[in-house]
Design a protein. Structure first.
Length: 139
């Protein structure tokens, strides 16, 4: 039986292979802004990228993330089935903001419940460390 380390390394190899197509784009256009490619004066154009290549890389990444989650949490996530509203960066930002808002509301409710308890339990729970957690993400 394979250990989690072996399984993750195996899946990481698959991810690297499946996403190899993105290397030139990352190195020449996205991360480093190669001058010739940025100005479109390079004699060597960047290779084309197909939707199938992108989907293959994303599938490999999802499988890796799921393997780690199954190992640590004994549960799985259907990463491919996540719907992000309009499907663009703005949709993702809205989903993230909604999650942060929900977490903030949950922490405020918890803080109110603990304050209503009073006594040493509430004082301990509302210590600066716990209070800091309750306000995390507000800035």
């Amino acid at each position: 039986m394979k250990g989690v380390r072996d399984r993750v390394n195996e899946l990481l190899t698959v991810v690297r292979s499946a996403s190899e197509f993105a290397g030139p784009w990352r190195n020449k256009r996205l991360a480093h802004k190669d001058l010739e490619h940025a100005l479109a004066t390079s004699e060597t154009p960047l290779p084309g990228v197909s939707r199938a290549s992108i989907e293959g890389a994303l599938a490999a990444i999802r499988e890796l993330m799921d393997a780690v989650q199954v190992y640590y949490e004994d549960t799985s996530t259907a990463y491919a089935d996540v719907v992000l509203g309009s499907g663009d960066g703005n949709g993702l930002a809205r989903v993230v903001q909604a999650g942060l808002d929900a977490e903030h509301e949950r922490r405020e409710r918890l803080q109110a419940e603990l304050a209503a308890m009073g006594g040493p339990q509430a004082e301990q729970a509302l210590s600066p460390d716990a209070s800091e957690l309750a306000h995390n993400g507000e800035e």
